[in-house]
Write a protein that binds this ligand. Sequence first.
Ligand SMILES: *Cc1c(COP(=O)(O)O)cnc(C)c1O
Length: 541
Amino acid sequence: MELTFNPQNFSPEETQSGETKKEILDLFSVTDSSLLKARNETDRRVSEVINEFIGGSEVSTDVRLNDLLTNFCKSEIPDKPLNVDEYIAFFNKNIIRHSTRTSSPRYIGHMTSALPYFIKPLAGLIVTLNQNVVKAETAKVLTPYERQVIAMLHRAIYQFDSDFYNHHIQNRESVLGILTSGGTIANLTALWCARNSALGPCEGFNGVEKEGMDAALKFYGYKDAVIIGSAMMHYSFEKAADLLGIGSNNSIKIPVDKNNHIDLSELRKTVEECHRKRRLIIAIIANAGTTDCGAIDPIERVAEIAYKEGCHFHVDAAWGGPLLFSDKYRNRLKGIELADSVTIDGHKQLYLPMGLGMIFMRNPQAAKSIEKNSNYIIRRGSIDLGRRSLEGSRPAMSIYLHAALNIIAKGGYEFLINEGIKKAEYMAGLIKSMREFELLTEPDMNMLLYRFIPERLRGKAADHMLDDADNEVINKYNEQLQKLQRNGGYSFVSRTSFSSELYQNKSLVALRAVLANPLTCEANINEVINDQLNIAKRLNL
Ligand SMILES: *Cc1c(COP(=O)(O)O)cnc(C)c1O
């Protein structure tokens, strides 16, 4: 039967005014030359505003966050479309001005910093191309392109030979790594693979993936399952333990030594105990740069313990991974090549925009344990990147990564990493030379923890005679200091609390500096410290 189309029978109900219709269709038009001209003007104005913002050095306005809340209390969706330029004017006035200037050279408190300029034009490309890398039908060339960039970084970690990479780089049955929206999802994916292969299918059992944790533990004869890392491991592992049915109480945290490195003898003891009690160790995790202070566990030694136990060994190098690019510091990550999986964040020390994490697998077949297919989208045997990823639709973030590995290259990253560490050493030296401050961690990388000591306690601090009550006072003092510094908006360091070996594992409030902004120079570090000295003068506690 032939289908005939009769327009008389086809008249969708008119629901919108002609004016609205034109306005909306204009938003999507890509050919109308007068529209394009007007849009260039809009682009130019936005560029101007954003360049002015990026070029400033105040960290933020001194308007309190609580006072800004009142601007965001309406919940009705407008009926009528608003003109784009009007919206941008609103955005400029209310949003850009009060955004945090993470690019400021005096913003040295978090793992977020200035971006290289080529990101902006690439961001335009990514959204304009609008490829969905979940599958090749919506991201044709970007599928092999993403596989290539993953292989480049895999090689930087594992350093297998060319034959290995030639074989696997575009082999659709191999997975060298997976791009994710961040380190949290990368860590979760690593443990997901680890769990599914530890409790995989075999004769008489369909695997944990199909039958669930209860049945899997019963079948294999385990009491329960655990993951093991140091007390400093990232809280994303708790989320992973929760989501994977392990239970966050079964994320075992091994104490750290005075350098915040995992205590190896405690780790060995715990592993033996788990073994004895029939608790399945799904993974042992080593930190390559803790979020708190950049501490790097003795990766090689942790690897030995995991190998001996025969369990999955994961390295969380979300922060520290890019040390691989530095000939001078690469050896601090020695043993990373033994990891079954490695997490690295692109949006940290690769200086790329938010939303780019990755996990790498030593064994290109490891991700088979999490493979999912769907008839309409992710077909069995296809090259689709969505076959082995937790996330579904995904933007082509690989574009930033591919560009950066070419434009900044190994030499450029080596420079950036070495500079960061040099600045942290400068700041540590400065703090050690001042009676007003106490350095709490020697930097393993480019992060350090320190605190201000009020005048009357400086003598005791110098003699290491501070008691619990003194530390309580100092904690309060530093909390106030950090808040005032943040509210002032001139400069910024963050704040953490951690149990310090220096003071019988008493919980200390610490100021936390992250020296990751290429624009920060020694003079800026002095400015941040001077800002703190000035604020401290006004503090009465
Ligand atoms: C930042 C970080 C994570 C989490 O990554 P997100 O990108 O914030 O999800 C995990 N581990 C470490 C060590 C990190 O520094």
